[in-house]
Design a binder for this molecule. Sequence first.
Ligand SMILES: [Zn+2]
Length: 163
Amino acid sequence: MFFPTHLFIAVLIGRARFPTVWVVFGAALPDLVDKPLAMAGVVQTYHTVVHSALFGAVFAVALLLAWSTERGPSVGVVVATLVGWGSHLGADALHITLNGRPENTVFLIWPVVETWDSIDAGPGPFILQYAGTTSFYLEVVIWVCGGYLLLRDGPAGGVLGRS
Ligand SMILES: [Zn+2]
């Protein structure tokens, strides 16, 4: 999915449930780390280190260790970051499956499986090959429906304004 859609999904998830900025931070991490790594030639595809569920296990332990320290993040920050990160992986796996490449969801177990038949399109070529696909239209629906919810209920999901 497009990077802004990951952030938008994070905003929708965070509304009145989690500290939204941390959900957005978690949702941004996979692309902020993995895409530069691939563009620099450090890894072979755009879904590797931080797109791996195995990284998630290490990440969760690291966050929980930080939480357990005196000056560590709150449990809300830890959960929000992990929820945002998980939303990114789930959305990418859904996008790849909807676009007819379910076998490529093996990115979730990188580095156990390091290579697959990836389209390996950089950000520019990706936009061109992605426009008009099933997942592209799903993103349009997410923006329209999510935008409607934000306009109708406000960023806090209407919870703050209810009596
Ligand atoms: Zn991604």
